[in-house]
Design a binder for this molecule. Sequence first.
Ligand code: TRH
Length: 382
Amino acid sequence: MSDHSIEIQHWDIFCRIVDNYGDIGVCWRLAKQLSAEYGLDVRLWVDDLISARKLLPALNTDVQTQTQQGVEIRHWQSAFSFDAVADVVIEAFGCELPENYLLAMAETQPVWLNLEYLSAESWVEQYHLQPSPHPRLPLKKTFFFPGFTQKTGGLLRERGLLPERDVFQHQRTADLLTGTHAALRVSLFCYPFAPVRQLLTCMAQSARPVECLIPQTGIMDEVCGFFGITTALTAGQQRKAGNLTAKILPFLSQADYDRLLWSCDLNFVRGEDSWIRAIWAGRPFIWQPYRQDDEAHLVKLDAFLDRYLKAEDGLKACELSAAEALAACHHAWSRGALEPHHWQQLMQHLPTLDSHAQRRSEDWAALPDLAAKLVIFCRNSL
Ligand code: TRH
């Protein structure tokens, strides 16, 4: 057996891309942060380089090993070969490690963590850091749950993120004060089954002009359908309807997507990673959870809204009528039944919701972030 008792330098993160961009979005962000902020040697194993290239445009899909932004990226193929087991092994979202790697882990006994999906539900605190012995091998895996409280694994947040956001937003406010920007700025990222046309109708009928910025994703058919056009809209194009101007953006880099969120008055986000980024933007947002069987996603949604809007652990509640307007809009959006009154209520309470969003981002940024908690846990495990 190797002596690993003082080592947590080498980290392997295993990522299987199920669908969409969230799995790789989270793993790539975490890998970069561990490398940049902690000087760790991080290897990110990805099973689908072609899908991953959406978030890492510089990725060469023809090579098995490459380094991007300080992170070694390895193609995780079914015939799995590796030189050495890392000191810390992160199995992202229960992606199941290769058998030969597990056998080698039984020899070297690394810290083995299963990074779970984010949820605001209260049971997360009980399951965070629970050990799970391997059924056959002398190995223990520990469940690591991200979350919104001290007793969970925290939220992904780079060290300089909020100061960078603040500089950007102050500069933008200064620019706005010197220009004429009456329109409400909204970003739109959601699943194709969201009531996109209903939302665009609300915006077109809105009393205040709305500029809706839409990165190119799977909702373009819905957008084109709303405008009654058959040829696909491409990045750089825009269309108007009533008080709405819809602008199509390319699919942005993660860094530019952050800036988009920071620059908007209201953000529509989905899944996991864009949801967290919307929180850090400190601006009001509507989150569409990833759809699950038995409507489990609606339970997740309510758990989040409770944590976000109500008083908890000394954090201030959002003013009641504004909280009700935000919750009603979230429910209508996730249930596919958005109506103009949801939008009008939301608009009426937007200033209050803006102050609340800013406050919550500061409240939650006061807690240790996910990478910090991972590193502390691993150090303490040795
Ligand atoms: O793509 P998603 O729906 O991912 C989902 C969720 O993670 C879900 O929990 C998981 O079960 C499922 O995948 C398999 O949404 P998410 O999590 O917001 O990931 C989107 C990523 O794309 C995020 O890292 C932000 C990034 N992004 C850009 O980089 N540029 C863009 O223009 C846009 C719109 C997104």
